[in-house]
Design a protein around this ligand. Structure first.
Ligand SMILES: O=C1O[C@H](COP(=O)(O)O)[C@@H](O)[C@H](O)[C@H]1O
Length: 241
């Protein structure tokens, strides 16, 4: 695990963008494309906007395929739909072709949406190993990542798949990559900033005795890949230094 801690969000974003650009260009030169899984929530919006403006010439975007590690069970035009945030912040500004974007179809029932999303991904990988080049993840104050929330059934999944999950505390369904699918990635990057995340960061990174039911992000441990944490000082403030 690689732990990177920055004084400011600006420095964090600059380094994270460098990291994304390097992995993207390496993947494109090795196999002609870059399979990039986006995270939702609020934290990545400014990052996506920077990628689509200041840094837009650093990657050949026509060779990038975009996916979502999780989705909220709301209509695609709802302000909470992760795909809409990404569409506005990065996908539309870069004119990404529709057939390079894998949205979760939330017009379907959650279980069906998960099955269809899984099928689309298996199809994209032509039946091969579902190993994404880069999965970008956030983490909530409650240590959830993607839509792997504390105390939910999906945490027990041993399947490399997309699943639907009912999140009691939100009274809603989510559609999410399972931990085994995330752990197949070649690279995983956590983007986490702000004081509100400090307690979760400390438990996820430093607890010797894991409690994945309470801190689901502890499930993330790539099989062959690399995991890098991009934190600001506030999010890292409770870590032993
Ligand atoms: O609900 C979600 O929350 C997490 C964390 O989001 P943030 O707003 O605290 O940055 C996010 O990673 C996930 O994709 C999203 O659906």
């Amino acid at each position: 695990m690689n732990l990177l801690i920055y004084k400011t969000q600006a420095e964090l974003f600059e380094d994270l963008i460098d990291y994304i650009v390097n992995i993207a260009n390496q993947s494109i030169s090795e196999k002609g494309c870059f399979n990039f899984v986006l995270t939702g929530g609020n934290s990545p919006k400014a990052l996506y906007e920077l990628l689509a403006t200041t840094y837009k010439d650093k990657i050949d975007w026509s060779k990038v395929f975009f996916f979502f590690g999780d989705e909220r069970n709301v209509a695609p035009n709802h302000e909470s739909y992760n795909g809409l945030m990404a569409k506005n912040a990065i996908l539309a500004p870069l004119n990404i072709a529709e057939d390079h974007i894998f949205y979760v179809d939330t017009t379907l029932e959650p279980e069906k949406a998960a099955i269809e999303y899984h099928k689309a991904i298996v199809n994209h990988f032509k039946g091969g190993d579902l190993a994404f080049d880069l999965i970008l993840l956030g983490m909530g104050d409650d240590a959830h990542t993607a839509s792997l929330f504390p105390g939910t059934k999906i945490l027990n999944s041993k399947e490399v798949e997309i699943d639907s999950v009912y999140v009691d505390k939100l009274s809603t369904y989510r559609i999410s990559f399972t931990a085994p699918l995330i752990n197949k990635a070649k690279n995983i990057a956590f983007l986490v900033f702000g004081e509100g995340k400090a307690n979760a960061v400390q438990h996820v990174i430093e607890d010797e005795q894991k409690n994945t039911n309470l801190y689901p992000t502890q499930l993330i441990n790539p099989i062959d890949g690399h995991v890098t944490w991009f934190l600001d000082d506030a999010a890292a403030s409770l870590l032993d230094s």
